[in-house]
Write a protein that binds this ligand. Structure first.
Ligand code: AHG
Ligand code: MN
Ligand code: MN
Length: 329
């Protein structure tokens, strides 16, 4: 089986980008080991700190963030990084061509129940001159590469450099990623959705109506039965979508008026949107293609609807309708 390095060579990815992607992959192997040791390594549980978004950091959020930061500081191709767990951007070098955004541990509420977690990466070009937060505020369509690593029953890496999506499986004996799917293709149609249903009363009318119609199954306007899944880790849910199709959404809600969206644009929505589009799917906020959003802040949040192309389109149709005359749901 082909290794990650061989695949990057075959794709004619530049030596600098290959070097960076191999460094990120190598770090994820170390993270995978930390995750696998769990309680034995004393890595479970929470810290007493909060991140810039007011979320209590798990020990593994902090450990994985430090691991990635250390690896990128030693990586000559990178100028600066932005992380979910860092208030501000971190400059790491003077000569690199790239900026890296990452979510070091996605799904961290799963860690203490020994369930799925992952890491998400986005690589952007570093502009010339001084680097500031402004340098990171590039549309998702500018990403040079996007990837996630899923620490599941096997550790898997999903990668795009703009040439489709490849899936690699970590050989735990050799510590090498081997190519196990060279061209991921998300089925256009699906009968599976993923949403946190407990927020239902807080959604806007289009999402309320869309999900209500899915739940009606065969007797509803969609005329088919839908199944539901929710892993509570975007990496797990997106991996299922890449593997067998589906629609995943974390929509706008009014639970907390200061925080109408949950997922972060720069290191969750954008890299996942690029992976999904490269695999033949779609990714939208309901009103705009995610990859077309002009970011305003590195930690900004956004509504996400992604997955099987025809199902995302079906959901978007609900967002085109005018609900103003209808009674509140
Ligand atoms: P993180 O652990 O990096 O903060 O991300 C968690 C995100 C995302 O991965 C997942 O889809 C969602 O939060 C889960 O939200 P609920 O807790 O509302 O289910
Ligand atoms: Mn996350
Ligand atoms: Mn996280």
């Amino acid at each position: 089986m082909q290794t990650l390095a061989q695949t990057l060579k075959q794709q004619a990815v530049s030596p600098a980008l290959s070097q960076l992607l191999l460094t990120l992959a190598q770090s994820s192997v170390a993270i995978s080991q930390a995750v696998r040791h769990g309680a034995l390594a004393g890595v479970l549980g929470a810290t007493t700190q909060e991140n810039v978004q007011g979320e209590t950091q798990k020990k593994l959020d902090v450990i994985t963030n430090e691991m990635l930061k250390d690896a990128l500081k030693a990586e000559s191709t990178v100028r600066a990084l932005a992380s979910e767990e860092e208030d501000h951007i971190v400059e790491v070098g003077d000569i690199g061509e790239f900026l890296v955004c990452f979510d070091p541990l996605d799904g961290s509420s799963n860690i203490d129940i020994n369930s799925l977690v992952g890491t998400i990466f986005s690589v952007l070009p570093a502009p010339e001159g001084e680097i500031s937060e402004q340098s990171f505020l590039q549309k998702g369509s500018e990403q040079l590469a996007a990837a996630y690593v899923l620490y599941g029953p096997s550790t898997m890496l999903a990668l795009t450099t703009g040439q489709g999506v490849q899936l690699f499986t970590l050989n735990p004996d050799s510590g090498e990623y081997l190519l196990t799917n060279e061209a991921v293709n998300i089925p256009k149609d699906t009968a599976e959705f993923a949403i946190n249903m407990s927020n239902q009363r807080f959604w806007e009318a289009p999402m309320q109506t869309y999900i209500a119609d899915l739940l009606l199954g065969k007797i509803g306007p969609r005329e088919k039965s839908f199944n539901m899944r929710w892993i509570a880790a975007m990496v797990g849910d997106v991996h299922r979508v890449l593997s067998r199709g589906g629609i995943f959404t974390y929509p706008t809600d009014n639970k907390n008026p200061d925080k109408p969206y949950k997922l972060r644009l720069m290191y969750e929505a954008n890299p996942m949107a690029l992976l999904v589009e490269q695999a033949g799917g779609k990714a939208s906020t309901g009103y705009q293609r995610i990859l077309d959003i002009q970011p305003e802040q590195i930690h900004q949040r956004v509504a996400v609807i992604l997955g099987s192309a025809n199902e995302v389109d079906a959901c978007l149709e609900y967002h085109q309708q005018d609900y103003s005359g209808e009674p509140e749901l």
